[in-house]
Design a protein around this ligand. Structure first.
Ligand code: PLP
Length: 441
């Protein structure tokens, strides 16, 4: 897998190095470029999922096999991005394939309750300690919108605390304070891991605060783990003012056999899920205390409707049963966590040994590269991390046969072998030695 990096003369300027890496990418990806040009005629910027766009044009993938991707130009890569956590099972897990084939044999669009949804709800409730009752959605975004709206209705209050830099979906993105098309809730913006400031903000809004929506580890913001004391403070302040704590575990639920809530031993009132739980099919879920979720019971008052044509679609439900019942057992979740810890430690050991200002933060199988040696507790701590360095590392790793997110994110898939990871560590070390003069500037 490890292709030797071309030995170019080492450039000592980041802009020049990046321009050269970009040029090489352009020259070696003509089919991706042509596809991008074609896509621009029908989609704004040729794109329908912003995170996948990168400069100068995005990579176009035509095939996935086990842990490998093939792009439109025939290059093969090890997929370390893992579909931003949804691709946990690799590209063709036989158990998941079997479950989908069987569901297809039973016919799609069944127009009724099916049997798979009961089993999957059972598996989810057994797995995540705070979830007594669950309802399914089509995405993590939808799950969070439902959880917030539920908390506002149940509490009779309006304000929603989120955190600067947090990401909870397409309409709930709080990078740089928030995007203009966010769902129009009444937000309070807390500072992640900042106990005193956040406590004061909660207390000064205690009569209006409906809920606190928090990622136990900030994912999109760069795999910044929450401090246990911070999450415990949120729990106790919410109890004090009777607000509802919602853990967004769309990404973090894979971090242990019972999600981040079990790992940290802090229980929310509600939890949202998504990504890999549907075996790689479209999926979302929100759940929690049965007294809260009871508002959706059609057999009792108030019987609030929660609609969604595809909420119980048989492919997601069947694939989810295989994924959570037979494949990603709690034991395997714990084992993957340890493999991820080992990988992150090894990558950081290499960066330390080479004396460059690079580090990976994260927990278990989720990690993110940052171009700073400073300690990182919240997104504001990343201000000194030069984004050009991450782009450079992205292009260099791609050239070596390893695909990570352009922003430096890695989500391990179960199909990745120890040998694959060893190859990746070697490639990372090669990239650092090639770029050392630039990384030291
Ligand atoms: C923490 C978190 N919440 C919610 C979402 C949104 O999920 P989806 O893309 O399924 O809408 C994401 C997606 O990346 C996420 O990382």
């Amino acid at each position: 897998m490890n292709k030797p990096l071309e030995t170019t003369s080492v450039m000592d300027d980041i802009d020049n190095a990046l321009a050269a890496a970009r040029q090489k990418y352009i020259e070696s990806h003509p089919a991706s470029r042509d596809a991008h040009n074609a896509a621009q005629k029908f989609m704004p910027g040729g794109n329908t999922r912003t995170v996948l766009y990168h400069d100068p044009f995005p990579l176009r993938v035509v095939k996935g096999s086990n842990s490998k991707l093939t792009d439109a130009d025939g290059h093969e890569f090890l997929n370390l991005l893992g579909e931003y956590t949804a691709g946990l099972f690799g590209h063709n897990h036989p158990e998941i394939r079997k479950a989908i084939d069987q569901a297809l044999d039973q016919g799609i669009n069944l127009s009724a309750h099916n049997l798979h949804e009961i089993r999957l709800a059972d598996l989810v409730c057994q797995r995540f300690p705070s979830i007594e009752r669950v309802r399914f959605t089509n995405s993590g975004t939808e799950a969070n919108l439902m959880a917030i709206s539920t908390a506002r209705y149940v509490s009779g209050r309006s304000k929603v605390m989120v955190f600067d830099g947090g990401y909870h979906g397409g309409l709930l993105y709080f990078g740089n304070g928030g995007i203009p098309i966010n769902a129009p809730f009444d937000y309070l913006l807390g500072s992640y891991n900042d106990i005193e400031t956040t406590r004061a903000l909660i207390r000064s809004n205690q009569d209006d605060l409906a809920c606190i929506l928090v990622e136990p580890m900030m994912g999109s913001a760069g795999c910044i783990p929450g401090k246990v004391e911070f999450l415990e403070m949120l729990r106790s302040e919410a109890d004090r003012c009777e607000a509802i704590v919602i853990f967004d575990e769309v990404m973090t639920s894979r971090l242990s056999g019972g999600g981040a809530q079990k790992l940290f031993d802090v229980m929310p009132d509600m939890t949202t899920l998504g990504k890999y739980i549907g075996g790689g099919m479209s999926f979302g879920a929100f759940g929690g205390r049965s007294d809260i979720m009871e508002i959706f019971n059609p057999e009792s008052q108030p019987g609030i409707p929660h609609a969604g044509t595809f909420n119980n679609n048989s492919l997601s439900m069947a694939a989810g049963c295989a994924a959570m019942g037979r494949v990603f057992t709690p034991e395997l979740a714990d084992a993957l966590h340890h493999r991820g810890e080992d990988l992150r430690n090894e990558l950081n050991r290499i960066a330390n040994k080479m004396q460059v200002s690079l580090q990976f933060t994260g927990i278990g199988s989720l990690m993110n590269l940052h171009a700073t040696a400073e300690s990182i507790n919240c997104p504001a701590d990343l201000k000194s991390s030069d984004p050009r360095i991450k782009q450079l590392v992205f292009f260099d790793l791609l050239e070596s046969g390893y695909y990570i997110a352009p922003r430096g994110f890695i989500a391990l898939m179960l199909s990745i072998t120890d040998q694959d990871l060893q190859g990746f560590c070697n490639a990372f070390e090669q990239v650092i030695s090639k770029r050392k003069p630039v990384l030291e500037t």
